[in-house]
Design a protein around this ligand. Sequence first.
Ligand code: HDE
Length: 693
Amino acid sequence: MKKPQPNPIETAGGETHQTNPGKHGCPLTTNVGIPVADNQNSLRQGARGPTLLEDFVLREKITHFDHERIPERIVHARGSGAHGYFQVYESQAAITQAAFLQDPSVKTPVFARFSTVAGGAGSGDMPRDVRGFAVKFYTEEGNFDLVGNNIPVFFIQDAMKFPDLVHAVKMEPDRGFPQAASAHDTFWDFVSLMPESMHMLMWAMSDRAIPRSLRMMQGFGVHTFRMRNAEGAWQFVKFHWRPLHGSASVVWDEAVKLNGADPDFHRRDLWEAIERGVFPEFELSLQVFDEAFADSLPYDVLDATKLIPEELIPLQPIGRMVLDRNPDNFFAETEQVAFCPANIVPGIDFSEDPLLQGRLFSYLDTQLSRLGGPNFNQIPVNAPRCPMHNFQRDGLRQMAVPKGRVAYEPNSLDEGQGPREDPQRGFQSLPIPAQGDKVRERAESFADHYSQPRLFWNSMSAPEQAHIVSAFAFELGKVDTRAIRKRMLGHLELIHADLGRRVASALGMEGEAESVKPARMPLDLAPSPALSLIAGAQETLHGRKVGVLLSEGADTDLLGKLKVLLEAEGAQMVLIGPRAGKVLAADGSHLIPDFALAAAPSIFFDAVVLMPREAEVAAMAQLAAVIDWIRDAYGHLKVIGHLPAAQPLLDKAAIAPDAGVLPITGADALRDFVARAKAGRIWAREPQIRAPV
Ligand code: HDE
């Protein structure tokens, strides 16, 4: 028999090359374990002849490849996931019997997936959009999925409207654009005809819709749920996640540029933070209230377009989630994870929120087509980590091999070995009384659509209000149909006269608002300062990045000191050199920058430092990349530390000195820089550089 030969590939010149298979750990096989001798060439009749149908290795490989993609999620297609754990601070037995909320020593494994809503799986990370915030808790009593968003309210009140909402925001069906963007006619046409979406629109036009990092955004269960304790007593709850290292957003111009310079900005940030051991942490809190409180509100707690201000019902922190492990395989885990709001455990129950009720049906149904049949919970990322037994059988993609002749219950043939219901430990729905006629009707208590958007507007700081106005101006500015803009202006006026006037003036449409008659006149509810991200910002550099722009002749001593100071704050110093290669430092040593200037615009960093040598500055001032780097950092309101030698660069970038432009003249000045950078963006700079609207 002929010995198998390595695989020669002949070039046109007749020279024979060997493909280099690289090191290997084990034999390559087909999916049924048949060892593969040649993974370079298909089987053909003669070296230049036709390929043979008989080539089962090729056919299997290509067939598998052809089916590598599954239908992407119709919403939330673009997502990033991570593994971790959740730990309760102390027993919550008074509120709930949920097993994973009893023992502070128990670490419940979790898988979290963060997503945008409108774009496809390959879209960029930085559109103006709501972010999904979904967490699967693998508890000892089954999986609990908290499938929320980073905004506490939603566009619509009834599940019946969800397909319309999604069709309106997605690419317009005739032209196939825009991708991942709400700034187009169909979206604004729909929402302008749906007064109930006004509150969510205010949030979607706010900084919440352009988070700095998936690690730095809040999460919300949105709907009102119920919790029951072991005695059967129940209360309403709302779920809140808070990032323990602070919430933060980017500014719009930064988002636009990030989408171009690094469409994976959020995904990369999450992955790299976990790889570096800077684990994202989120605190879970509850708002707990009873029926009497719910009845006392001028709005309905079953209405997902409403929130309950923390000032009325404070958040009770109950535990912490730490995301400490990246997925091993993006497809197997992040793509195939199947969240389902209907996955709840004993101790937690639903409310009658008509949006939630529709979701209880939708997610299971979605997985049937997305994951190809009813056995998707056998996929490792979806499978419970506690035992599961039942008599469900067969179906497409069945992986288990059940034994025995009995697949039904009751039965007498399994001799008591098979699974049976357990009235004590089993899930019991709360006996909530229900009555009334069978109707298609929206409750009167859902009719107020303007009081909470007004509350939101009144709770924002001045920069946040300006951003909301700019966002409306941008989005409506991209709407072609004038009547839609006018209709929206009418809603905005009702929300708040200032908001309406400022957006109208930004659009040059003063006095053109269509008069909108509300179903119910808005109330002036007390503002909720807790809703302002800027007012509540933590002073921290934890998990943030500081970019240092170097030149030849860099001062390694100063760099070393800065690095120590930043690392003490949990921040990362990133060196940017003129090119990717080594930089000769002033002391004769060589520095290897993390990035070349061309690959690392200042949008990647939370604060920046300019450390050029004097002799290099004149040449640097000629480089657009350097001036843009500095101008962007300034325009994005970042703290800029600079050696005095960098002054000509600041002058060329037309940067006026302010509280965030700090000369670095020695070690003390480095400390001042770090202290100022911790305090975050220089909001006072914004009106100087962008005309306020
Ligand atoms: Fe979803 N939603 N949704 N949704 N949703 C999906 O399920 C749906 C809603 C949310 O990372 C789909 O597996 C309906 C509110 C997140 O995999 C689908 C309604 C909130 C994710 C679906 C809503 C969400 C989804 C698409 C109105 C915040 C991504 C793929 C009744 C509380 C989860 C899938 C992940 C995904 C339906 C409204 C959050 C089609 C019918 C409100 C975070 O089943």
